[in-house]
Design a protein around this ligand. Structure first.
Ligand code: ARG
Length: 424
């Protein structure tokens, strides 16, 4: 019989039973559920709702159930509706009727809200670790922002709902601060209605996952283009490529295409969950059971994507000579404009003049570096012999030496900053 069977006389449609059940996915939270119950048992002892001895029975019994989950011997029974009912049913089989005292003053509403916060906190902490892997410099800053964002989300979600009851709070004066400490929460949710009805943290983690996947998809897109035959700037390691069943010469950047594709899946989970969340009346609604699969799927997808991305980057072959071959003198048109700026000509004018130089070179089917000094002097009298020094790509890069620019010194400074953060 279901835990809530008392007031029911009719039987539930077996289809409804299956429809209602969440055990097949919420069993992932088995450890969070057991830790939450153990802390709650201690809190019941503290208020003398149960004896010290009963508390010990519950806590050690729950530890046994945890062991069964861990070594894969927990047997799910057809009547196990969700992880909460399954654990309590099994606890009863270990310790007998005292198991029935555990749920005193508690509801699955505050229980599930607590479990999901614990699970999310633990799993997203792992993701934080994956984020701190190797990165290309510009993407590194995006991913560092993702790491900061996730840390803030973890801080925000790490407050305790347990003790909110079904919606109206706990009638046994449970010491919620104590329970929070036991379970590693930073604080206690201050309002019981809010405690069982808040799922902002699910939305926040899904949003974080989405933005992180935006970054990964953009990096992937760069790598797909740069690894194509036409560019050849990088080569993906065999470990992260696949062949074509039709074209023998092909080496496909499937890792990157999949990473790009997975981003769509994660955005779908975010928008899907927001549709479920929107317009719900206050407190717990069974709709919330639909929060878990999107969250679990997004967390799994991010765990996989972050690790694959790190693998792709750390094994990537870079071909600087190919990149150099693709440089063309017209790319230095801005530098030509800046040359004139240094001679005192307003930038608005120099931009036009450099544009004209590009056009003349194009018309003559040559490069700007082949134009004569008199050609330049006709465009502006400020041009002098030293204009020839503009046609130097290294110098162009070194010129951009203010904070954040491309010069060697500023790039090394960025790497230093990121590295010291990674080592924190
Ligand atoms: N399996 C449920 C969930 O995931 C547990 C809460 C049940 N509460 C209720 N009022 N039916 O949300």
């Amino acid at each position: 019989m279901a835990l809530w069977g008392g007031r029911f006389t009719g039987t539930v449609d077996p289809l409804m039973d299956a429809f209602n059940a969440s055990i097949h996915f919420d069993k992932r939270m088995y450890e969070a559920d057991i830790r939450g119950s153990q802390a709650y048992a201690k809190a019941l002892v503290k208020r003398e709702i149960i004896t010290e001895q009963e508390g010990t029975m519950l806590i050690t019994g729950l530890e046994k159930v945890l062991e069964e989950w861990r070594n894969n011997t927990f047997e799910i029974k057809p009547a196990d509706e969700d992880i909460h009912t399954a654990n309590e049913r099994r606890l009863g089989e270990h310790v007998g009727s005292v198991a029935g005292k555990l749920h005193t003053g508690r509801s699955r509403n505050d229980q599930v809200a607590t479990d999901l916060r614990i699970w999310t906190r633990e799993e997203t902490r792992k993701l934080l670790g994956y984020l701190k892997h190797h990165w290309l410099l510009s993407y590194a800053w995006s991913l560092q922002a993702d790491a900061f964002r996730l840390s803030q989300i973890i801080d925000r979600l790490n407050v305790l709902p347990l003790g909110s009851g079904a919606l109206a709070g706990n009638p046994f004066n449970i010491d919620r601060e104590f329970v929070a400490k036991e379970l590693g929460f930073n604080g206690v949710i201050q309002n019981s209605l809010y405690g069982v009805s808040d799922r902002d943290f699910v939305a926040e983690v899904l949003f974080w996952a989405s933005v992180t996947m935006v970054h990964i998809s953009r990096l992937s897109e760069d790598l797909i283009i740069y690894s194509s035959g036409e560019f050849g700037f990088v080569t993906l390691a065999d470990a992260y490529s696949t062949g074509s069943s039709l074209m023998p010469q092909k080496k496909n950047p499937d890792s990157c295409e999949l990473l790009r594709g997975k981003s769509g899946r994660v955005f779908g989970q975010l928008s899907g969950f927001l549709m479920t969340y929107k317009g719900l009346p206050s407190t717990y609604n069974k709709d919330f059971q639909e929060d878990k699969e999107p969250l679990f799927d997004a967390v799994d997808t991010l765990a996989g994507s972050l690790q694959i991305t790190a693998g792709v980057i750390s094994t990537l072959k870079i071909h600087p000579e190919k990149m150099r071959q693709n440089l063309s003198i017209d790319m230095l048109a801005t530098d030509l404009a800046e040359y004139l700026v240094r001679k005192g000509v307003p930038f608005r004018e120099t931009h036009h003049i450099a544009g004209a130089a590009v056009r003349i070179a194009e018309e003559r089917n040559t490069t700007m570096s082949n134009l004569s000094l008199s050609d330049f002097k006709q465009l502006h009298t400020a041009f002098e012999e030293d204009v020839s020094a503009v046609w130097d790509f290294e110098k162009s890069i070194e010129n951009r030496s203010s904070l954040g620019g491309t010069s060697r010194v500023t790039v090394v400074a960025q790497i230093k900053k990121l590295k010291s953060w990674l080592l924190e």
